[in-house]
Design a binder for this molecule. Structure first.
Ligand code: PAF
Length: 286
């Protein structure tokens, strides 16, 4: 396994593999890898000849006052996780390598970034879309892998890839969870053991919501949202819900009347437990 820090060197390697007809699978990450990332790497290995993982904590997707400085980092541990998982290249640039002082271009995605995380974290998705577009141009993958855990990010990246005609496939892979249902995330490292147990209430709430929608037992989506909130509250004293929304999984438009709706249903939520902000979602077809 090789570690590449320069954009030009990564592009040369990518050009070589594309030229000799090898498929490049790409897993973009901000490091502090967990089993969710490893599941993406496993999928990339299954479906490609060469696997590249990027490790870059992207400053432009953090708002002022967010956790950019304290975001967990452990390159050595990540290195060994990648090596064990059979990764071929780690792309690990510096901030200066990725964003020159002269850089002036940003990728702004409209409408689908106005709600959910985009409303709570304005400009976050401009940072994500910009860095992902740059990474696609640097790594030149045939398939890029992202987790369903960041549901809105997945929708935004699919849109960017389509709108900017990237010559690749975006593959969205299932969320990996702890046994108690807590979705794996690098930010879970902020939680105490007791909080990790308590955070399981979030997935219980989402599962309750899915059950109500699938069984057609409640047609008003606000009533389903209320029940999800009640389930979370019944299983946790300290979780403060920021939002729960029920939308489609394409335009992220609110679904009001569930009885007449057919298609993919995405229930998304954000909540705070102590100082830690958690997001999770459940996606299913009705
Ligand atoms: O999901 C992440 O880890 C990041 O948002 C991504 C896609 C690597 C862009 O920095």
């Amino acid at each position: 396994m090789k570690v590449i820090k320069e954009i030009a060197a990564m592009q040369d390697v990518a050009d070589y593999f594309r030229c000799v007809g090898k498929k490049i699978g790409f897993v973009p990450t901000m490091g502090f890898l967990h089993k969710g990332h490893v599941s993406l790497i496993d999928k990339a290995k299954e479906e490609n000849d060469v696997v590249v993982v990027s490790i870059f904590v992207n400053p432009t997707q953090f708002l002022p006052g967010e956790d950019f400085e304290k975001y967990p980092r452990d390159f050595l541990k990540d290195y060994f996780s990648c090596e064990k998982a059979g990764v071929d290249y780690i792309f690990h640039p510096s901030v200066e390598e990725m964003y020159s002082a002269k850089s002036r271009t940003r990728v702004v995605v409209s409408e689908i970034t106005d709600s959910l995380e985009g409303k709570a974290r304005p400009d976050h998705f401009t940072g994500v879309a910009t860095v992902v577009a740059k990474l696609f141009n640097i790594v030149k993958p045939n398939i890029a892998y992202f987790g369903q855990k960041d549901a809105q990010q997945a929708v935004v990246i699919r849109q960017v890839s389509e709108d900017l005609n990237f010559d690749l496939k975006v593959s969205i892979c299932p969320t990996v969870r702890e046994e108690n249902g807590l979705a794996l995330s690098s930010r879970n490292s902020y939680l105490s053991d007791a909080e990790r147990e308590e955070a399981a209430a979030i997935y219980k709430g989402l599962c309750e919501g899915k059950k109500l929608v699938i069984n057609n037992s409640v047609s008003d989506s606000n009533a389903v949202i209320g029940k999800i909130g009640e389930t979370i509250k019944a299983n946790s004293k300290n979780i403060n819900i920021e939002y729960i929304e029920i939308t489609d999984n394409c335009d992220l438009k609110k679904i009001y009347d569930l009885s007449s709706y057919k298609g993919d249903v995405l229930i998304s939520l954000a909540a705070k437990l102590g100082d830690t902000r958690l997001i999770d979602n459940i996606l299913f077809t009705k």
